[in-house]
Design a protein. Structure first.
Lengths: 765, 166
């Protein structure tokens, strides 16, 4: 619980316009793809056509001899650096070494005077492969005679983001396993009044950040500088420092504006390869992937979940058990954390006395999976929230009432050893139900549904910042958080302006440059408002404390006689603003005061999660029984955010996340046919468009100031995605009476289910 | 490539000013704008004419500059995002409406989105919601869920959402 419930806000809790607005509407916002360095060369990547193959030989001589080509680099040219990276498991070579593990894996890179020259040189590289049996699914990976993808032993990375061990590298294709258990699950299922049990599938998806991965690296004698589209520059710095065996101080990651992330730009991606190109070519090198290449770089883990849930005679959920198999692709990336998180999130926002979840992710010869908005929550919320509806139907209860009766209550320790629940789900559900007209009469072929989720969010609390107050009263805040579009460059200065009592316009943000901005672990898991926001709040207060001492010195009084007021100090009749305090202290109209703060897993952040990220979504769908096509007619989101520092931005996160979730519920899926990705282009990967926009949209925020962040704020921005696929499945069931347990609910899938249902009815007659 | 490439002389109007440049025959308009003229406001994303990020106006009509040969712009009038604000810095009403309605997050689709919206409003100054959705359907935004973009276009057109709800 937040100690203070401040309500008389000047800047915070107002929808002030985005700080980056003018730059972004006028084409002046700089992304890495827009940058050029003097003397810069360009790299292009040759990718494996095979899913699993030994590299017998690579001949680069013809390509290297072409005019305009500076060099060609392969896995054979990496002597002198540590070519394997990975914050959880160091299993990922920056270029394939000895063998390839998925179709699309980088095998060689050409560095040339321009992109076209580099691209044209690729076809002059001769690679001889010896094909190996591919492992494409968890079943393949578990088979007794399954070839092993990784023969090396791995150590768990210190920055993997969870306390458990990693499973990878123990002589099987299991990348990670996680297990949670409490109560007596078997006994509970035996005595249950009703049980539902089924298998569910959540697909592989592609985040489609519209800016594809891009990096510019300059490896010089003085150290490594990389401009990157990375979400977590400090995590990338750690990988790059290990690759080149350099002190942290000699690796600099700079992240300007990022063209979308949604988790897909978390952790290290193409930075090691770009740096190796620069190291070999001895000049700055830019590597700009195409979207097709980005689709061969990261996807989300898909998940097959067997789940059963039990209820007692009073309608109380008494047990849940699940077994999850995830397909994590060729390299671990952040999937070990996705496994840990999806295991926890399988429980849902319910207080269930008997739980057992067993989760396994498998290495396969497919594109590596990693973070995707929500970290495994959507994967397990499809089964979880589907079963709530299925169970309610089985015992003849209204699913909405069933949820109200079972959701975690404020302050309840619904998940053993974790932070007590810090949201108000009952209130959230009521708002969502009202917004969608849940209990009003429904047109034929339409169905309505409300669903919810909560996630152990906020990632690991390790964040620091510096707030510099200048002699003219303006302020510079130094934040490691990246601006992905979520609005950190607007929200965080709002907090500094509120605390220091200076106009918002006078607070300038310097961000995401590891050589300049203090350490911030990551920009993900909805953590920035809560953690960086708290850091900036505390650093602002520390600056004020220093300025109070300075004012006492200037006024020649005791410190106790000086009182901090909004925007300055008071001492008796005398009042000084910050500009006057600093200018008088230095006896010059220049100079500054630096407030600092260090957030760690201590004090109010000692218990994890940092907060429960909680939201409800509600929808009305219309199903065309002739074609199976689903239209989402109405959509409502309810973000349980504690306090919205900027309500318009918080609502923007919710509708953005819900739209992504709707895409997965309706049509988004990466499709493999054998070892080849069949729809690896935006021509074939269907995304939500304007015409998919529901006609009626209601966005709601619940602001009870019950979070651990600034003024009671919590994170948001992922949660509205999580329940959307389940919501669509539940609404379709109510509209046309078919239960579909795999996403996306394509027209074909719905049509076939309707056809089967009609067939059954006929047979029964 | 450094071998014998055919270059051509290209003249067109760019944001109201005449430009004359030399480029290779296979260069796209996006490449010429971004690489030769350093106008990086035009963004490249899907590069297969599906997402709309690279949209510029060619004689007032929206085109995907990622797949349009620069040659096709010869003698024509090209408007990019850099050409919308007035010389004194005053933003075009559509640009201002995008700020006022929070109609972007990462901003990568925004230049193309604004130029398509401009073409729409030039052709149809008071579009209904359905007309906006139909016209804008070739532009993808991955952040906003489109709601705020529709609102921004309505604001720029001076129609409230009430007027367009039939």
């Amino acid at each position: 619980m937040s100690a203070e419930k401040k309500t008389d806000f000047h800047v915070v809790n107002h929808s002030v316009p985005r700080r980056d607005g003018r730059a972004k509407v006028s084409g002046k916002a700089m992304y890495v793809s827009d940058l050029k360095l003097t003397g810069m060369a360009y790299a292009k990547v040759l990718r494996s056509p095979y899913a699993h193959a030994k590299i017998v030989s690579i001949d680069t001589s013809r390509a290297a001899a072409l005019p305009g080509v500076h060099c060609v680099i392969t896995g054979n040219d990496l002597e002198g650096i540590n070519p394997y990276y990975g914050h959880a498991v160091k299993d990922h070579p920056l270029l394939a070494i000895g063998k390839v593990r998925y179709a699309g894996e980088p095998v060689a890179a050409v560095v040339a005077v321009d992109e076209r020259t580099a691209f044209c040189a690729l076809e002059h590289i001769d690679v001889k492969y010896e094909e190996l049996k591919p492992v494409l699914t968890p079943d393949d990976a578990m088979a007794k005679d399954a070839p092993l993808l990784h023969e090396r032993k791995f150590e768990a990375g210190a920055l993997r983001g969870f306390e458990g061990e990693v499973t990878a590298g123990r002589g099987t294709n299991i990348c990670q396993e996680a297990h949670i258990k409490w109560g007596d699950v078997e006994a509970a299922f035996k005595k249950a009044a009703a049980v539902v049990e089924s298998e569910y599938y959540f697909p592989m998806t592609y985040a489609y950040a519209m800016e594809a991965y891009v990096a510019i690296a300059d490896v010089a004698d003085t150290g490594v500088t990389i401009y990157s589209s990375a979400q977590h520059p400090f995590m990338v710095r750690h990988d790059v420092k290990s690759i080149f065996n350099l002190p942290v101080s000699q690796v600099r990651l700079i992240v300007p504006f990022v063209g979308g992330g949604y988790g897909s730009k978390s952790y290290t991606k193409i930075e090691p390869l770009t740096a190796a190109c620069s190291w070999k070519a001895k000049r700055p090198v830019k590597l700009q992937l195409t979207i097709e290449e980005a689709m061969l770089t990261t996807r989300s883990d898909d998940a097959t979940t067997w789940m059963r849930t039990a209820v007692d005679a009073n309608g109380k959920i008494i047990a849940r058990q699940a077994k999850i198999y995830m397909n994590t692709g060729a390299y671990a990336e952040n999937s070990p954390l996705v496994v840990e998180k999806s295991t926890n999130r399988c429980v849902g926002p319910y207080a269930i006395p008997n739980v057992q979840i067993d989760n396994y992710s498998f290495y396969t010869n497919t594109v590596p999976a990693s973070s995707y908005r929500g970290f495994g929550c959507a994967q397990v919320t499809l089964p979880g929230e589907s079963q709530i509806d299925e169970l309610a139907a089985k015992i003849g209860k209204d699913p909405y009432e069933f949820r109200l009766a079972n959701v975690a209550k404020p302050g309840e320790e619904f998940f053993p050893k974790m932070r007590p629940f810090d949201g108000t789900l009952k209130e959230d559900l009521e708002i969502a139900a009202k917004a969608i007209g849940l209990n009003e009469s429904v047109p034929k072929g339409h169905g309505r549904s409300v669903a919810c989720s909560t996630s152990d969010a906020g990632a690991y609390p390790l964040t620091s910042t510096a707030v510099r107050v200048h002699a003219d009263g303006s302020v510079t805040i130094m934040i490691g958080s990246t601006e992905l579009g979520q609005g950190s460059h607007t929200v965080i200065p709002q907090i500094a302006a509120e605390e220091l009592g200076v106009p918002f316009e006078k607070v300038h943000v310097v961000s995401s440059d590891t050589a300049i901005t203090p350490y911030d672990r990551s920009t993900g898991a909805s953590r920035t408002t809560t953690l960086m926001g708290s850091a900036v709040l505390e650093a602002s207060r520390e600056a004020i404390q220093q300025m109070v001492v300075m004012a006492a010195d200037v006024l020649k009084v005791k410190v106790e006689q000086v009182q901090a007021i909004r925007g300055g100090v008071r001492c008796g009749e005398a009042q000084l603003n910050w500009s006057e305090v600093i200018s008088k202290f230095y006896a010059l109209p220049d100079g500054e005061v630096i407030g600092r703060s260090y957030i760690r897993k201590a004090g109010k952040f000692s218990q994890l999660p940092v907060f429960w990220e909680t939201a409800c979504t509600a929808i009305e769908v219309a199903v065309d029984e002739e074609t199976g096509k689903i239209n989402v007619e109405k959509l409502a989101t309810v973000g349980d955010v504690g306090l919205a520092i900027n309500p318009a931005l918080a609502e923007g996160q919710d509708i953005g996340a819900a739209t992504m979730g709707m895409g997965i519920g309706l049509f988004e899926e990466l499709v493999y046919q054998g070892p080849q990705l069949m729809n690896g282009s935006i021509l074939d990967y269907r995304l939500p468009r304007f015409s998919d926009l529901p006609k009626k949209i209601d966005l709601h925020l619940v602001q009870n100031q019950d979070g651990v962040g600034p003024y009671g704020a919590k994170g948001g921005g992922e949660a509205s995605l999580n329940s959307m696929a389940a919501n669509i499945a539940n609404a379709v069931e109510r509209a046309v009476g078919v239960r579909i347990r795999s996403a996306p609910l394509t027209p074909e899938k719905v049509w076939r289910a309707l056809k089967d249902k009609r067939g059954k009815i006929k047979n029964e007659r | 490539m450094t071998d014998n490439k055919q270059t051509l002389q290209l003249n067109f109007q760019l944001n109201g000013k005449a430009v004359e440049i030399e480029c290779e025959a296979e260069e796209t308009l996006a490449e010429v704008l971004r690489e030769r003229l350093n106008l990086t406001g035009t963004k490249l994303s899907c590069e297969v004419q599906v997402c709309g990020a690279c949209t510029v106006l060619l004689d007032g009509l929206p085109v995907s500059s990622c797949t349009l040969l620069a040659y096709e712009a010869r003698g024509k009038n090209v408007v990019t995002i850099e050409g919308l604000a007035q010389p004194d810095g005053t933003l075009h009403p559509i640009q201002q409406a995008f700020i006022d309605e929070f109609a972007f997050q990462c901003g990568f689709c925004t230049p193309g989105m604004i130029l398509t919206a401009k073409a729409l409003l030039d052709e149809n100054p008071k579009p209904s919601r359905e007309e906006i959705v139909h016209y804008m359907d070739g532009n993808i935004c991955r952040c906003t869920g489109y709601v705020s973009i529709v609102a921004a276009i309505q604001r720029a057109a001076g129609v409230t959402s009430k007027d367009t709800k039939k």
